[in-house]
Design a protein. Structure first.
Length: 191
């Protein structure tokens, strides 16, 4: 197991990538279980993560397996942040599949445990994912977010993302409708 996660004494954040998360079967199982708990809790409270109802453990396991496999080939990046021994959040981007879009990737998911909100977890994870994108020569990193998710949209703006489009009332959650906001970070212009 990763030595930084074995002592419970430190509250310093530890950010791991897909290789580090899967190198130890116990850590991998704990990550999967904690990721499911975080996603299910956030979605149950109305978070904009792509589900209307909390995802099943099997759905989350399949999603994480897909991302880990894609990360091994350089088509994705996965990052998880631990505070002490607890998963505080995770996120990933995935390279676009269409051949004409292969130089680009989409930051598909960023999830931070409600207990860790306001502690810089989202910023640290997003910065790590941006660094991974630069390292893998991604030209443009995109994302979309629900229009009412103002903290996330502000975070992304503060890290250099700019809005490039908006679909009004596009996201349906029951009878409620929300804008779908598209943001991008052009990595071609940054060293």
């Amino acid at each position: 197991m990763n030595p930084a996660l074995t002592s419970g004494a430190t509250a310093e954040p530890v950010v791991l990538d897909a290789t580090e998360l899967t190198a130890d079967p116990q850590l991998a199982a704990r990550f999967e279980e904690s990721a499911h708990r975080i996603l299910a809790d956030l979605v149950a409270k109305g978070a904009a993560l792509g589900w209307v109802e909390p995802p099943s453990r099997g759905e989350v396991a399949e999603l994480l397996d897909d991302i880990v496999c894609a990360a091994r080939t350089g088509d994705a990046a996965l990052r998880a942040l631990f505070l002490g021994r607890e998963l505080a959040g995770f996120g990933y981007w995935r390279r676009y599949a269409r051949p004409t879009h292969r130089p680009h990737a989409d930051l598909e998911k960023l999830a931070v445990d409600g207990a860790a909100h306001g502690r810089g977890v989202g910023r640290t994870l997003t910065a790590a994912l941006i660094a991974d994108a630069r390292e893998r020569h991604i030209e443009v990193l995109t994302l979309d977010a629900r229009g009412d998710n103002t903290p996330a949209l502000a975070l992304y703006r503060s890290l250099g993302f700019t809005e490039y489009g908006r679909l009004p009332d596009f996201v349906a959650v029951g009878e409620a409708r929300y804008d779908k906001v598209f943001q991008m970070l052009d990595l071609r212009r940054r060293a």
